[in-house]
Design a protein around this ligand. Structure first.
Ligand code: SAM
Length: 249
């Protein structure tokens, strides 16, 4: 794909293939920009990978970095763990697909026993009934809080012929991947001798992360990592990936 992309754009580039964890095939001048997007979270040793990549940077170089965010990918990892418990062999793609399809079908149909009106009347407290009423009124007025969907956006997959097959295998059968919260990212970045120049995505304010004015100096005096963590917690159950520009510490 890379070869195709560079030739169709008339770009001059030299392609080399290998793992971050093996000696990198570059000799001579270090690079102004190192880009590792969506790759470090697949390495058996992410800190070693980052440390070896850092060695390829000029002292004022930039490291463009992307890894999965725990809250953004939580549902996918929940489904993946369910599949792991039922079929631990991640290379058994077809069997895992059958289990996944069953799960999606059950979720779509709903597996809980339907209760009749009388049951609800005798089992619902007045405060719960008020909450339910408020929730359904909210739905009508379009104020319902959007909750993260259970299924991934590509929905139903028939099998290996589906256009979604390869992405599905990648997302639900990948043998080595992890997702990160702010404190894990701090650990990874600092242990690799790097620091954050710009925190994008997960670090960008959203409508859910308005900081209350009354927090005042107590919030203002926190370090960046604590502020990013508060933002991450305020976003729940939403979340984003980590897209960052790193520099040498
Ligand atoms: C989710 S894809 C990301 C692809 C692309 N960088 C992007 O941003 O769309 C994960 C990539 O990680 C790469 N990868 C996995 N383990 C690696 C390792 N040890 N060293 C280097 N790359 C690795 C795989 O080759 C795969 O292409």
């Amino acid at each position: 794909m890379a070869r195709q992309a560079i030739s169709s754009r008339g770009i001059q580039a030299e392609l080399k293939q290998g793992s971050y964890l093996e000696p990198l095939p570059f000799v001579g001048k270090p690079f102004d920009i190192v880009c590792a997007t969506g790759t470090v979270h697949h390495c058996a040793d992410p800190i070693l990978a980052m440390t070896l990549l850092r060695e390829q940077m000029t002292d004022d170089g930039y490291f463009l970095f992307h890894v999965y965010g725990y809250y953004r990918d939580k549902i996918r990892f929940c489904i993946k763990e369910i599949l792991d418990l039922l079929e631990p062999d991640r290379s058994n793609h077809l069997h895992r697909l059958e289990l996944y399809q069953g799960l999606m079908q059950a979720r779509a149909l709903g597996t809980t026993k339907k209760r009749d009106f009388l049951w609800h009347l005798t089992h619902t407290s007045i405060s719960d009934a008020i909450k339910m009423l408020k929730k359904s009124l909210g739905k009508f007025s379009g104020q319902e809080v959007r909750i993260a969907p259970w299924g991934p956006s590509w929905g139903w997959i028939d099998g290996p012929e589906s256009e979604h097959w390869h992405p599905w295998v990648d997302q639900f059968c990948h043998p080595c991947e992890r997702d990160y919260e702010v404190w894990d990212i701090k650990d990874l970045v600092e242990k690799s001798g790097l620091k954050v120049a710009h925190m994008l995505s997960q670090g960008m304010p959203t409508e859910r992360t308005t900081i209350p004015g009354q927090w005042g100096a107590q919030y203002d005096n926190l370090d960046d990592w604590s502020k990013w963590r508060i933002q991450e917690l305020m976003e729940y159950p939403h979340g984003d990936a980590f897209n960052m520009i790193l520099v040498k510490a």
